[in-house]
Design a binder for this molecule. Sequence first.
Ligand code: SF4
Length: 212
Amino acid sequence: MNKEKRTEIFSRLRDANPNPTTELNYSTPFELLIAVILSAQATDVGVNKATDKLFPVANTPEAILALGVDGLKEYIKTIGLFNSKAENVIKTCRILIEKHGSEVPARREDLEALPGVGRKTANVVLNTAFRQPAMAVDTHIFRVSNRTGIAPGKNVLEVEKRLLRLVPKEFLMDAHHWLILHGRYTCTARKPKCGACIIEDLCEFKQKRDYQ
Ligand code: SF4
């Protein structure tokens, strides 16, 4: 795919949604970090249901630590893998208090050292909370990048590196939100809605289908 096409794709995605953001509910970097940890293999809707009750009661490392693992589980028990997530969140809160003055660090190495935080979670926090041009490649971004030809790659790291290199600078900050939303609602895994897709004429996918 050439640069002109990529620029046109992101121009259209931006025109359709000028201020994209995560669908997770949060109001501070700490809330975002906890929501993203909880969202592994879970839906944003499911996480929001839990955090809508948790955050009014506890939205600081100290307050969540005070709940303890069992207290926290009561709020997040509807989310998959809640046992291990509760353990990780409590350990993360303790580290934030002891090493980072109760703040969420804005450095990748510090984020990835937190229990339950991998490269993808760190990328979401760096991009969404700290507005750094990081690219959190999830299943939607991986699929859309490969199908369209925007940034094909065999694995998520390859796609992440290509996107960072190939997405035109002016779109880099918000590209990951546009790609996630496009994959979640239009370029869906099994039934892409190619007939209703605003980048259909630019997309290089060879098996376009319309499952509208
Ligand atoms: S045309 Fe189809 S395959 Fe291409 S991006 Fe749109 S929905 Fe996805």
